[in-house]
Design a protein. Structure first.
Length: 348
């Protein structure tokens, strides 16, 4: 529904230069929505729009904004004010990339478990062929080794579940911060200049506004310029700021859950490391027993070597996961404090 007041005194440029602020770009189920609050930038004339008549993207908003200032411009550039938030957003995208790396490495552990099981079964078959009781020590060792894949499987499955949850949380966080960034950018672009008392007009004060904490939004809402304008403008501004607060609160909740998942994954990796150490010790014992055998000794030396290779690969992959987990934990702890890491800037 669109209700327009008397616009006979407005030219076409003035009619279209309106701040379009998209509130819900993607619902939690992934379905796009087109709800919007529109803050008209004229004095006495009012435009109300509760639902867009056609799809409208934030690209359109930037195109209209580039046509020129809607109101007296801020002394401090909008892009500079959003630098910290842009880096904050990139860091969350980087966190999603880290979670995907962890998930893919976790899934590859199933292949190592299968390789270990095949080697153990082959060892049992070879040891059973040795006569005269000489193969009993090796048979006992490979039977113990045969339990290793059964021990690895539940650990790997637990890691896969946590990694899937981790990827879901970080993807949701990326969606939230994308929407939040647009809302903050829209509010700042629509803010009028209120004089020298405004923190947005003060270069030193505005440079400390990162918009990554609830305190920053509270400071923005308490700014004198926030209360300027027509009643509809003020209502829209307050509504959008409230949505920003809700988005940031939800984002912090998701980041806290992400940190929990990273900690759970790290603990599960410790269990895999201990299983790998046991398998390596079994391989060493098998190689020692094989040295005393004439019949089939070479086969068991080869078996011990292959087991060592599988354990080496297990160690390499768990070490890569551990490094990614450490990076993710450090990054999440920074983000929860409203800080950013300038080194984590590979993803845009």
């Amino acid at each position: 529904m669109c209700v327009i007041g008397d616009d006979s005194g407005l030219d076409e440029t003035a009619k279209i230069r309106i701040s379009f602020l998209e509130l819900e770009p993607v619902d939690t189920d992934g379905a796009p929505t087109r709800s919007a609050i529109i803050a008209p930038r004229f004095c006495a004339r009012t435009l109300r729009l509760t639902r867009l008549a056609r799809p409208f993207s934030f690209v359109d908003f930037h195109r209209y904004m580039k046509a020129g200032p809607i109101s007296p411009t801020h002394q401090y550039p909008l892009d500079t004010m959003l630098d910290a938030l842009s880096l904050f957003k990139r860091n969350i995208n980087q966190l999603f990339g880290i979670s995907v790396d962890i998930m893919n490495t976790g899934r590859s552990l199933q292949l190592l478990s299968s390789s270990m099981q095949i080697l153990a079964i082959n060892g049992v078959a070879q040891a059973a062929k040795i006569g005269g009781g000489k193969g009993r020590p090796i048979l006992a060792l490979v039977e113990i080794l045969n339990q290793t894949p059964r021990e690895i499987k539940p650990e790997v499955e637990a890691i896969e579940q946590v990694c899937a949850e981790l990827a879901r949380l970080t993807a949701h966080s990326s969606n939230i911060v994308w929407r939040y960034y647009q809302l903050i950018a829209g509010v700042l672009a629509a803010m009028p200049q209120g004089g020298q008392s405004s923190c947005l007009a003060d270069r030193h004060q505005s440079s400390h506004l990162r918009f990554t904490t609830l305190e920053d939004i509270t400071l923005l809402m308490s700014d004198p310029t926030f209360q300027l304008g027509e009643p509809l403008e003020r209502d829209n501004r307050r509504s959008i700021a409230a949505i920003c607060q809700a988005n940031l609160t939800e984002l912090h909740a998701r980041l806290s859950e992400t940190l929990r998942c990273l900690n759970d994954t790290g603990r599960a990796l410790h269990g895999l490391k201990m299983i790998g150490l046991t398998a390596r010790y079994m391989a060493f014992c098998i190689a020692s027993e094989a040295a005393a055998l004439d019949e089939g000794g070479m086969n068991f030396k080869t078996l011990a070597t292959e087991i060592g290779h599988v354990v080496d690969e297990l160690d390499a992959r768990t070490r890569a996961m551990k490094n990614s987990i450490d990076d993710g934990q450090s990054l999440v702890e920074l983000l929860l404090k409203g800080n950013s890491d300038a080194k984590q800037n590979t993803l845009q």
